[in-house]
Design a protein around this ligand. Sequence first.
Ligand SMILES: [Zn+2]
Length: 497
Amino acid sequence: MKRRMISGLALVLMFAGLVLSAEEVNPLLIKVKPAKLTPLKKEALAWVDTALPELTKLNDEIWHAAEVAMEEYLSAEALASYVERAGFKVERGVAGLPTAFVGIYGSGQPMIGFLAEYDALPGLSQEAKTAKNPVKEGAPGHGCGHNIFGVASVASVVAVKDAMARHNIPGTLKVFGCPAEETVEGKVFMARAGVFDGLSLCIQWHPSSENGVSLESSNALNQFEVEFFGQTAHAAGDPWHGRSALDGIELTDIGLNFLREHLQPTARLHYVILEGGGAPNVVPDHARAWYYVRDIDRESVEKDYERVLKVIDGAARMTETTYKIHFKSGVHETLANRAGGEVVYANLLLVGAPVFIEEEQAFAKEIQKNLGLEQKGLSTKVEPFSLPEKSWGSGSTDVAEVSWLTPTTSLGVAFTPQGTPGHHWSAVACAGTSIAHKCLAVAAKVMAASCLDFLARPEVISKMREEWTARKKGREYKSPLPADLQPRVLPRKEGER
Ligand SMILES: [Zn+2]
């Protein structure tokens, strides 16, 4: 409504001879000038360019490995040993997660964190080609570009370390190897174990279809499985002796679909049935389903979750079955940080969006053509920096946990053709090409340059921390995980190093 009134005003001003661009009348827009190219930044950017051949090799190695959540043994080790060789002290297997690590360099304050992710998605195996073509049918693939994510993060932290070492700059750098983001687990367990404690701030990014810095939040979440236990019987011969576990699941789902009407409009419930019996002529004595409860903030999720539990209990009473809840994980909503975002955005303007050559744009357009989308290619512009129109996002991320423990910045750099879906074979294809290499170079440079600004300007860190304290509104971080919940540790697969 407000926006419409303002665009009406712009129209009047245009008639009055004053032509205002759309950007000038957007009340949410934040004006940021490009950051200065200091001699230190020049060195860090040059370091990334020099290291690029090795970085692209690492990117492709993790892309080929395509390991899913909690199985990222090769990917985590490739990144951990990379920072170790660069002079970081590495602690492996933190928080009871075999594929998590922390690399530490330097000492004293400020203490700046970098997040690296590297898990792939199941079933998305894909060649670096413009049409759907799995490397191996049903195998995992990097449909969220986490191979680029991990490599750009370690590259940026090593670039900063290099400048710090050469110029005797005090401070501590910590790079966090974070497994299992796709299952929203890794950072939740790491946060509970205190792995992120003591940071002055944290720098984070994600591969995207756009180049920009977002101040949007994300939804808080609880995810859990429910197992129902009944009594088996011949479905035709003596069904009265049977108590169907599947009925328990179905009545839960019916109850939840009725519950939706009486939840806040911000609530989101989704589920899949994982196991519902073996044959129609056998009353299933065992059934299993997986649920997500999301909402605008942690408090709302906890309230919704209590009501969901009542529905499950009711379904068990109706069907004379029993049930067991297996809590998988939960996250908070993300706390954005405008003061930090301004620094990252200024450095994105300084570095600029990736410059793609004609072949790369042709590759992207061919994908768009094959998907029936407009052939706009890859984005080469930097999006405007603005306050979000709404204060929550549709998805959930475990980065949120870090944002409650320290001010956390964000950044998106383009690697997927505009308009293509996320978690899709087309993203896997691009993540294994030179498009990804360009994306990672830009991300590494922007984060390194931003970190050098944070190190040189303690007043910005103070401002970020003041904003962070205000956004928490007196609420302190409390892990969403039950105290006795342990991470699910998956063994290293045979034949792996
Ligand atoms: Zn992702």
